[in-house]
Design a protein around this ligand. Structure first.
Ligand code: UD1
Length: 420
């Protein structure tokens, strides 16, 4: 068993380079299955989710070779299988993007229901309704989604809510649909734009990504090409919040500051000093943090993937703060573990309330999912004494070399192996 051990209360100082965006990379890799050519994908984060998706692609006959740790050359010209193995599908949430990619290119896909973080019920009904609107039959049997079509036809598809996964999945399949597809009430997250840019680079005709209406003009086939994944806004935000909670002074580099506007605004409201340039943001902590209200929302709103980290920071503010989680019903599961470190947070329905200024003290805790793990690391960094965090595999799924990166900023953080 692996554990992360943190001896807290070192203010983080220095600069850190942010890796490629997890949620963009995990969409672009399955989208490459649709390509049929050779794609060179650069700035991939070195995380477990990427390794799992590469293994899934190889299992279907893709030839994958890392030119260097963050550059993958993938040849999908000779895909031999259109069926994804159950274990490979359950390793990651993003395995659902193989549905859109295989259906689009081969009109045939057998993909087990995906895994990923347990944040409550995470249905994929919008994905399936979208595929059906494009002309596919969708049957779910023994936990496997079976998609078939003679051919796909463009359609007007309205999403009941701007689901990230449904927007990307339908967009990938619709690349091959005859005529024009319109996705209304589409998600606008940066990784939607990144996936559309990748698909356009290899021959797709997608317009409007990043707005609520995406238009896709179908093409018969895609080619290959080179593409660089955008920097990770959630990794960026995690380091920004870690800087704030330790009263540190950290510059996050190789980022897109615009993607961070919702967090930057909240950190300023709390009293942190923030400066930014073309591809960096500097966060200087405040001697006393002010409380505030945070409500998660679809982009450009405050991201649900930064909610646990932000709630941890709000526990240190001088006064009462509220957090409202509007995207996932069970995104407060980390709070029980955070309380072991001293957090005082009360959950009522979608809202969590903290009266603020709690002293975190080190304890043994377990990460229940990826961002829950990030919140515990952040709490451990400002806690008095030693914090030992289990469930490290969750963190490895989404953060590249995080102990090394935190250590480079002055944190006392190590990974150990022990039996229990
Ligand atoms: C993606 C991200 C995840 C992030 C989330 C919200 C990936 C791999 N994961 O997850 O990190 O937290 O967006 O930004 O990119 N919904 C339905 N039916 C559907 C699809 C979604 O009811 O068919 C609901 C969900 O239950 C949820 C909401 O819509 O309440 C948003 O989900 P969605 O944006 O699809 O999230 P994911 O794609 O699962």
């Amino acid at each position: 068993m692996e554990y992360i051990v943190i001896n807290g209360q070192n203010p983080l100082k220095g600069s850190i380079s942010i890796s490629g965006a997890k949620n963009a990379a995990v969409a672009i890799l399955p989208a490459a299955i649709a390509s049929g050519g050779v794609c060179v994908i650069d700035n991939l984060p070195q995380i477990e989710d990427v390794c799992n998706l590469v293994a899934a692609m190889e299992s279907m006959g893709a030839k994958c070779k890392f030119e260097n740790p963050d550059t993958l050359v993938v040849d999908t010209s000779k895909i031999t299988g259109h069926t994804l193995d159950d274990k490979l599908a359950k390793n990651t949430r993003a395995s659902y993007y193989f549905m859109g990619a295989l259906l689009g290119r081969f009109k045939y896909a057998d993909v087990p229901l995906p895994g990923g973080c347990d944040l409550g019920s995470r249905p994929i009904d919008y994905h399936l309704k979208g595929f059906a609107a494009l002309g596919a039959t969708c049957i779910q049997e023994h936990g496997v989604v079976k998609l078939r079509a003679e051919k796909l036809r463009g359609a007007n598809i309205y999403l009941d809510c701007p689901s990230v996964g449904a927007t990307i999945n339908i967009m990938i399949a619709a690349v091959f649909a005859e005529g024009t597809t319109t996705i209304e009430n589409a998600a606008k997250e940066p990784h939607i734009v990144d996936t559309a840019n990748f698909l356009n680079k290899i021959g797709a005709k997608i317009g409007g990504a990043g707005t609520g209406t995406i238009r896709i003009v179908g093409v018969p086939a895609l080619g290959g090409g080179e593409y660089t994944v955008i920097p990770d806004p959630i990794e960026t935000g995690t380091y920004m919040i870690a800087a704030a909670i330790t009263g540190g002074d950290v510059t996050v580099e190789n980022i897109i500051p615009k993607h961070m506007d919702s967090l930057t605004a909240k950190l300023r409201e709390m009293g942190c000093t923030i400066s930014e340039g073309g591809d960096w943001i500097r966060v200087q902590g405040a001697s006393a943090l002010r409380p505030c209200e945070v409500k998660t929302a679809y982009y450009p709103g405050f991201p649900t993937d930064l909610q646990p980290q932000m709630a941890t920071l709000l526990c240190r503010a001088q006064g009462t703060s509220t957090i409202t989680e509007n995207i996932f019903e069970h995104r407060y599961r980390y709070i029980g573990e955070l309380k072991r470190l001293g957090a005082q947070l009360k959950v009522e329905g979608r809202m969590a309330v903290t009266k603020g200024f709690c002293e975190f003290t080190g304890a043994r805790v377990i990460a229940s999912d990826l961002r829950a793990g990030a919140a515990l690391v952040i709490a451990g960094l400002c806690a008095k004494g030693q914090t030992v965090i289990g469930g490290v595999s969750h963190l490895d799924r989404g953060y590249e070399r995080f102990e090394e990166k935190f250590r480079s900023l002055g944190a006392d953080i190590t990974r150990i192996q022990r039996d229990s």
